[in-house]
Design a protein around this ligand. Structure first.
Ligand code: EPZ
Length: 430
């Protein structure tokens, strides 16, 4: 069993470099099987576990994957020969369901076990299925466990999403890239990783227009080819370090970012009293005084991202006054507040609202990472708190933060990973 141990209370100072975007990578990796060729993917966060599982899944269906360097892989999908992906492969992460859209595009059929992933509340896939059916696929879900989709041929069609869904938008784009004719996704998600997927597909010879707006048009083609593509920087990793800089009253230059993607986060940090300076591909965040309160409502892009909500809650837990966070995407994203309470935070949750009464100081404590972003919040809280914090269940954090210990240590944070004996592990029962 591994834990992070943090001795907090040290302001972060220096420079940190953000990795490629996890959620773009998770869409682009399966997209590579839409061609029977070789794709080189650069700026990939190769060492996070979500990416490792996606690469393992590619190999499982017959692709050859070669690590070129620490942020580049080469995917050769000429020998992909299976449209079946078992629960062993999909249980680790949500994005494994992108193989449904990609396999439908490649073979006209897919048999993929239902995905795992962070528990943030119910995560239905009705909009994905609606999209596949609109393209002419027959879709069934066997005993709530396996999605089976097949079609003689896929045809482009208009699809209106009842809910703005990142996952459904991605999955439909993947299948539609090889469908005959034009697919129009209305009420599409507009996140930066949707635009990145569109750019990747276009680099493969696809015709995708409108990504980044709520209407995406995809004219399908059979003739996709390999390409070399560099993934955008991770918006949420960047935002996490921005908040960490502010919460520790530090001064950090965050490099390899697209400042435009960070606007909603920058705006809220400035409202709390931070100084934020934008450069072409970097952003500096500094904070000298106690943060002020602010209210946040999470929204689909370009609104404030739900994936930054737990991290911002830490800053607000230290703010002067009472702030309100309203979570509008996930029904169960406040579990981390119980962990923050162990550190002295004063937060009352009522359904989708959290009232955060700022305290002057957090105190180090043993806590756990309930999910990926909850884990990121625990790291920020540990760095800002006085004393020692131990974070358990760090496998969640390793899903999405590359080299987190090394990166934070380089800007002065006292964080290390320790191995400890799991008392339930009978092999170590003494
Ligand atoms: C993506 O999840 C991200 N994951 C999540 O990031 C992120 O929290 C979320 O988008 C919202 O921004 C990836 O990109 C891999 P959705 P996704 O479909 O695609 C409902 C992180 O920490 N819905 O946009 O699963 C759904 O229940 C992660 O990096 C339906 O009702 O999210 C939710 O309330 C965790 N039916 C809302 O839509 C559907 O068919 C948005 O979900 C699909 C979704």
């Amino acid at each position: 069993m591994e834990k992070y141990v943090i001795n907090g209370g040290v302001p972060l100072h220096g420079e940190i470099t953000v990795s490629g975007a996890k959620n773009a990578a998770l869409a682009i990796i399966p997209a590579a099987i839409l061609c029977q060729d070789v794709c080189t993917i650069e700026n990939l966060p190769v060492s996070i576990s979500d990416v490792r599982y996606m690469i393992a899944t590619l190999r499982h269906i017959g692709a050859t994957v070669r690590y070129v360097d620490k942020s580049t892989i080469e995917i050769d999908s000429r020998k992909v020969n299976s449209y079946v992906i078992s629960h062993d492969m999909t249980k680790h992460l949500r994005a494994s369901y992108y193989f449904i859209g990609a396999l439908l595009g490649r073979f006209g059929r897919a048999r993929v076990a239902m995905p795992g992933g962070c528990y943030l509340g119910p995560r239905p896939i009705d909009q994905h299925i609606k999209g596949f059916e609109a393209l002419g696929a027959r879709v069934s879900v066997e005993e709530n466990a396996i999605v089976e989709a097949d079609s003689e041929s896929l045809f482009g069609n208009p699809i209106y999403l009842d809910i703005v869904s990142v996952g459904a938008t991605v999955n439909i784009m993947l299948a539609a890239a090889r469908a005959e004719g034009m697919t129009i996704i209305e009420n599409a998600a507009k996140e930066p990783h949707i635009v990145d997927l569109a750019n990747f597909l276009n680099s493969m010879g696809a015709d995708v227009r409108g990504a980044g707006t709520d209407v995406i048009k995809i004219r399908g083609t059979e003739n996709l080819h390999g390409c070399t593509y560099s993934i955008i920087p991770d918006q949420i990793e960047a935002g996490t370090y921005m908040v960490a800089a502010a919460a520790t009253k530090g001064n950090v230059l965050i490099k390899n970012v697209i400042p435009k993607h960070l606007e909603s986060i920058s705006t809220k940090l400035i409202e709390c009293g931070a100084d934020v300076t934008e450069y072409d591909d970097a952003i500096r965040v500094s904070m000298e005084k106690r943060p002020g309160k602010c209210n946040i409502k999470t929204m689909p892009h370009p609104g404030f991202p739900t994936d930054m909500q737990p991290q911002m809650a830490v800053l607000l837990a230290l703010a002067e006054g009472t702030s309100v966070i309203s979570e509008s995407i996930w029904s169960n994203r406040f579990r981390y507040t119980e962990q923050l309470a162990r550190m002295g935070a004063d937060i009352t949750v009522d359904g989708q609202l959290a009232m955060i009464h700022g305290v002057e100081q957090l105190k180090g404590a043993p806590v756990k990472a309930d999910d990926l972003r909850a884990g990121a919040a625990m790291i920020i809280a540990g760095l800002a708190a006085q004393g020692r914090t131990e974070i358990e269940d760090i496998m969640h954090i390793r899903r999405g933060y590359e080299n987190v210990v090394e990166k934070i240590s380089n800007i002065g944070g006292d964080i290390r990973m320790v191995y400890c004996i799991d008392p339930l592990d009978i092999n170590n029962a003494g």
